[in-house]
Design a protein around this ligand. Structure first.
Ligand code: C5P
Length: 228
């Protein structure tokens, strides 16, 4: 049984990213290639990761955000990689989201709502709304545009699940075991709390890769979910 985890490969070299993939991909649902890896290693490096997935899904976390035509062009550029999931920012607007979805074909477009590192005071710079309210509205607009997954913090999972139904995958970063450091994440919760709220996939980077025994750390996360 694969753990419902996307491993965030935010590491300094392609060699490390590939080694972690070889070691961990058989144990988890997804391997996440983000900006650090993709901008360094490009399509060739990402294809190398892809060759080592052992059945895990490839989650390409590029958080695209631009005018609709530019985002459509960007999605076209990464189509040859054929990731299972690709992220865009939901605040890019419904036309941008639709352009991404129409160009993506079989790739699931996941809309990132409000980053898990932001607090209400960060958000107050551009909106008078509460984070939970904004996340819900962004999630609704993304699903209406055809997005098949939503990225939100553990704090909003329950509310988002209630409005998007069971068919939309909820992918949730900001997940920490009770003993872990929060690092730069702000709206966080434990794996058990996050799954109980309705998450499908937990995005975990530092709290697994920072351990000298990452496979044991994954097993601990699974145990904590099952023990809830
Ligand atoms: O190390 P950590 O578990 O905090 O990694 C979380 C990962 O999830 C990072 O790769 C980050 O880019 C990503 N992410 C996030 N918040 C979002 C969307 C993605 O932290 N809203």
């Amino acid at each position: 049984m694969r753990a419902p985890i996307a491993i965030a490969l935010d590491v300094p070299t392609l060699l490390q990213a590939t080694t972690y993939t070889q070691q961990l991909a058989g144990h988890v649902a997804m391997i996440k290639v983000g900006l650090q890896s993709y901008l360094r290693d490009g399509n060739p490096g990402t294809l190398q990761i892809k060759e080592n997935l052992q059945g895990a899904e490839l989650f390409l976390d590029l958080k695209l955000h631009d005018i609709p035509q530019t985002v459509a062009g960007a999605v076209k550029s990464i189509k040859q990689l054929n990731p299972d999931v690709l992220t865009v920012h939901a605040v890019g607007g419904s036309e941008m989201l639709k352009a991404a979805v129409e160009t993506a074909g079989d790739i699931d477009i996941a809309a990132v709502t409000i980053l898990t590192s932001l607090t209400q005071s960060d958000v107050s710079v551009f909106s008078d709304h509460q984070i939970a309210d904004l996340v819900q509205r962004l999630a609704e607009s993304a699903v209406n545009a055809g997005c098949r997954a939503i990225v939100c913090s553990p704090h909003e999972v329950k509310q988002v699940r209630a409005v998007v139904g069971d068919q939309i995958r909820l992918i949730v970063p900001g997940v920490r075991m009770p003993a872990d450091a929060a690092d730069d994440q702000r709206r966080i919760a434990t794996p058990a709390q996050t799954v109980a709220a309705g998450a499908d996939i937990l995005v975990m980077g530092r709290s697994i890769l920072g351990s000298s025994t990452p496979i044991e750390q994954i097993a601990k996360v699974v145990q904590s979910i099952e023990a809830r």
